[in-house]
Design a protein around this ligand. Structure first.
Ligand SMILES: [Zn+2]
Length: 172
């Protein structure tokens, strides 16, 4: 698996970090204070929301994957729980309040220019609210199995949507 390598500076002393490989894994090591920065996955959440056997998708209005569709999703902030992140991202992006029904699955991805990550998918039920186009999202809709747009974002979304399609949108 690949990892984008760029130059960084030490968290502690400001020295430029040296890139090293250990057993095939990338590390950044500070030549001055010895601090080791371990590259780790970013953690994100996404919401699988069905209504009348249609899947909620949002059209991204920013890079990466501008004008591609995906499920409401985003990174988990360090101060919040995973569940709080799900509620926050769905509200921010889709405009909906939801109930979390269950954890669905987790995927890792290596195709996002912002970094490799883990994404945790949760099945959610829409309770209320409405979509308003915003800086991040230009459009929103519920799509039947045979209506899924061609341009789907990466970072686990394409894989997840393909699985949902293979299962015929059976979402018990
Ligand atoms: Zn240092």
């Amino acid at each position: 698996m690949t990892h984008n390598l760029e130059s960084h500076f030490c968290y502690h002393c400001g020295e430029r970090l040296l890139q090293k490989w250990e057993d095939g894994f990338s590390r950044e090591i500070c030549p001055q204070c010895g601090f080791i920065h371990y590259h780790q996955y970013k953690v994100g959440v996404a919401a699988i929301i069905f209504e009348d056997n249609k899947l909620l998708l949002l059209k991204r209005n920013q890079e990466p994957w501008k004008d591609h569709w995906y499920m409401p999703a985003g990174y988990v902030e360090i101060e919040e729980s995973i569940e709080e992140a799900v509620h926050r991202e769905v509200k921010e992006e889709a405009g909906f309040q939801v109930e979390i029904l269950k954890f669905h699955t987790m995927l890792s991805y290596h195709d996002d220019p912002r970094g490799n990550g883990l994404i945790l998918f949760y099945r959610c039920q829409k309770l209320g609210g409405e979509f308003i186009a915003n800086e991040e999202i230009s459009d929103s809709g519920f799509f039947a199995l045979d209506e899924i747009p061609e341009k789907i974002a990466g970072a686990g979304h394409r894989t997840m949507i393909d699985e949902l399609i293979r299962n015929g949108f059976v979402h018990a």
